[in-house]
Design a protein around this ligand. Sequence first.
Ligand code: ADP
Ligand code: MG
Length: 297
Amino acid sequence: ATPTALLVGTGRGAQLGILIRGPEVLETSRGIDTVILDKTGTLTTGAMKVTALHPGADSDEQELLRLAGALEASSEHPIARAITSSARQTLGSAPGTFPEVTAFRGLSGLGVEGTIEGREVLIGRAHLLQERGIELPPEAHVFVSHAQARGATPVIAAVGGAFLGVIIVADTLKERAGWAVRSLRRLGLETRMVTGDNPGAAGEVARALDIDEVVAEVLPEGKVDEVRRLQEQGRKVAMVGDGINDAAALAQADLGIAMGTGTDVAVDAADITIIRGEPRSIADAIRLSRKTLHVIR
Ligand code: ADP
Ligand code: MG
């Protein structure tokens, strides 16, 4: 390979808002046949909003927001930001609105937990709560399945080992997400989506974007397994993700593409960074590397 041509490729990349780690990345990009896309923050804006609150019989909206807002203030997840800002809007942002949280723990791909006023508070997927032996009242199951059918994400809160309420959050597709998926297909690439979110929400997005295959409700390790599984079938896999949850999958992929709005961790693990998180640039990056290698040959 002539280094000059490769540098042209990387220079053009910078103009397009694409950072390429080094010339060797372009070489790898050439063989890619499958692109795995993360959902939240990659295809969707990740700017989630709380759309409904369903406090349990022993609680109310204020208490649900007070405890959930306090706990989620320690998390960077898009769901956490939605809950905390909704809580601030309703309860105000004066100091002391949120009680103190101790022993905070982020449960990657599942939820968050911590101690507030001497009681354990847990927020996350229905699964997580059920695993901890927390029973959901029948109406909570209804809220959960209705939200999922609409493509929204329900999260459940519990305090002191008992159900506290359901919070529904919803996300919106990035404007050019559909365009991005079509461009990838035009390049002859198969598209797949992996997400920690529920199958209902995942299916809605996949249908809207016409994505070939979906794997939902996976933990961060599950994303790595999916990359590996496809590689074992002899595929060359590009993984596109934004969050801290995606770092391992980005590293496992033949080509790791980070959406630049994400955490530094994801960017560190990536071969290519899409600076402004523009989905359209995913295909640009792959096209650019193919072209650059064409020049060399
Ligand atoms: P994605 O793969 O779409 O980026 P994640 O793996 O980050 O999704 O999250 C998967 C699921 O875990 C979420 O849909 C949510 O149910 C739950 N979850 C993760 N983080 C949090 C949090 N901070 N608060 C509540 N629920 C969370
Ligand atoms: Mg994500």
